[in-house]
Design a protein around this ligand. Structure first.
Ligand code: RIB
Length: 319
């Protein structure tokens, strides 16, 4: 029996957000909206997203001993995340400078701050959290050696889910532990390298050859492609909503998928549920504030039933 459905190991940032009509070119200055400050960071976002859906969730992260750190801790606790693993001090809280354009797309620069001080020793010291967690998820806004230590500390039957964002080449030890590796097109191309083929099916084949047991490739309006080693490729349809702000939507997708896998769902069904969660998240501003409850996801599912009636995943070509 596990105490946690999901342990998230990763970053926590204060998101400093400005709305812009368009992003500045090199050397250019543009005027934007008033500044807003939101709790964010890919790890903290995943933890809040899972907890809001009803998952018993813990976060292993590091924040600074400052106002942004307190903002982040408050947001975690309000969502019901167990913050026993959130370490405080060592550097200022991580900050993300974010611009959001009228289409809801964003550009992000992250100053890791305390995230960069989350060490392999911190992971080893949190061994009891790993043993108590059915699924562990991570991203790459913390040091790579810390992510390596995460996969070395998984519980015997624990499952590991990685969203390699921001992307970088990864050691085989990390890639082999992923079940699944969750990437968008940009992340897929970085991991595969210059030989990446033209189609998502090509990327899935090449990514699986790097070691993961399974791969999920998110494709925006084209939904997602789910691929299991020696198994079928399954297309999961997207959910057509009006995007206000895409910040954190990928994090909510990963968290929802990880949680549903831990409940025993197939990868395709978990990805279909995660697509609903990500779609709900883009309809509201901010990252953590935008994440839906399970009830809101159910309402969205009812509003957009799958074209394949009961089962949202569809086999075959893209939509
Ligand atoms: O994925 C969105 C997140 O990326 C933002 O919340 C920001 O903090 C950056 O980490």
């Amino acid at each position: 029996m596990y105490d946690y459905d999901l342990l998230v190991v990763g970053s926590a940032n204060a998101d400093l957000v400005i709305g812009v009509e368009r992003r500045p070119a090199v050397g250019e200055t543009v005027l934007g909206s008033d500044l807003t400050v939101h709790p964010g960071g890919k790890g903290a976002n995943q933890a809040v997203a899972a907890a809001r859906l009803g998952a018993r969730t813990a976060l292993l992260a590091r924040v600074g001993d400052d106002a942004y750190g307190r903002l982040l801790l408050d947001s975690q606790r309000a969502a019901g995340v167990d913050t026993v693993g959130v370490l405080v001090g060592g550097a200022p809280t991580g900050v993300a400078l974010i611009t959001v354009d009228p289409s809801g797309d964003n550009s992000i620069v992250v100053s890791p701050g305390a995230n960069g001080r989350l060490t392999p020793g911190d992971v080893r010291a949190a061994g009891s959290l790993f043993q108590a967690s059915r699924v562990v998820s991570a991203q790459l806004e913390i040091p790579l050696e810390t992510v390596v230590e995460v996969v070395r500390n998984l519980a015997d039957a624990g499952r590991f889910v990685l969203n390699p964002s921001p992307p970088r080449p990864l050691p085989r030890e990390v890639l082999s532990a992923c079940d699944p590796l969750i990437v968008n097109e940009h992340e897929a191309r970085v991991l595969i390298g210059p030989g990446a083929g033209p189609e998502p099916e090509d990327w899935a084949r090449d990514l699986l050859a790097l070691g993961p047991s399974s791969v999920v490739i998110t494709l925006g309006g084209q939904g997602a492609l789910v691929a299991v080693r020696a198994g079928a490729r399954v297309r999961v349809p997207s959910v057509p909503v009006e995007a206000v702000d895409t910040t954190g939507a990928g994090d909510s997708f990963t968290a929802a998928l990880a949680w549903r896998l831990g409940r025993g769902e197939s990868l395709a069904d978990a990805a279909a549920y995660a697509a609903l969660v990500g779609a709900a998240a883009v309809t509201r501003a901010g990252a953590q504030e935008s994440f839906p409850t399970a009830g809101e996801v159910a309402a969205l599912a009812a509003a957009f039933p799958s074209p394949d009636d009961d089962s949202r995943p569809s086999r075959g070509g893209s939509r």
